[in-house]
Design a protein around this ligand. Structure first.
Ligand SMILES: Nc1ncnc2c1ncn2[C@@H]1O[C@H](COP(=O)(O)OP(=O)(O)O)[C@@H](O)[C@H]1O
Ligand SMILES: [Mg+2]
Length: 136
């Protein structure tokens, strides 16, 4: 069984096709470098692996992405659980692409605190919470 496998994966953002039938298979501990010009789909491919593209409006996928043999886009797969297993180290200090850090903290905080948020409930350090929310 491969650690990561994609089977004829195509991705669209609305009408725009960003990936065209990408198939590859990676063994555990294998290192892969994605090299190509800007806009060729490197980030789209990486974001597929922990379902970050789910946040993009108009995103559509065909094909299969398997991790440890499991289709991570199958119905019933919990993306939050998946992201605990499949991490991503980004070049910019942003916990989730497309979201401002404040939104990230709200989304990860308990539902109750998403109404009248206070930073300790969102699990932020005090200095960071103060900068985001302007509270002590
Ligand atoms: N959020 C998005 N909405 C619409 N189109 C996007 C989005 N992100 C990327 N694209 C388009 O998908 C293609 C692949 O982009 P991307 O994966 O960011 O390429 P790379 O990382 O190789 O520069 C590009 O044509 C880009 O314009
Ligand atoms: Mg990129």
């Amino acid at each position: 069984m491969y650690k990561i496998e994609t089977r004829r994966v195509s991705v669209w953002y609305g009408p725009h096709k960003a990936l065209d039938a990408v198939s590859l298979a990676l063994e555990r501990n294998q290192v892969l470098a994605l090299i190509g010009p800007s806009g060729c789909g490197k980030s789209t491919f990486l974001r597929l692996l922990n379902r970050m593209n789910d946040f993009v409006e108009g995103f559509r996928l065909e094909g299969q992405v398997l991790i440890d043999g499991e289709d991570i886009y199958a119905p019933g797969v919990d993306p939050v659980h998946l992201r605990r297993r499949v991490g991503m180290v980004l070049p910019e200090a942003n916990a989730v692409p497309f979201f401002h850090l404040r939104e990230c903290s709200l989304r990860s905080a308990p539902a109750k605190s998403a109404q009248g948020v206070s930073h300790p409930r969102a699990g932020l350090s005090r200095p960071l919470g103060k900068r985001l929310y302007g509270t002590k």
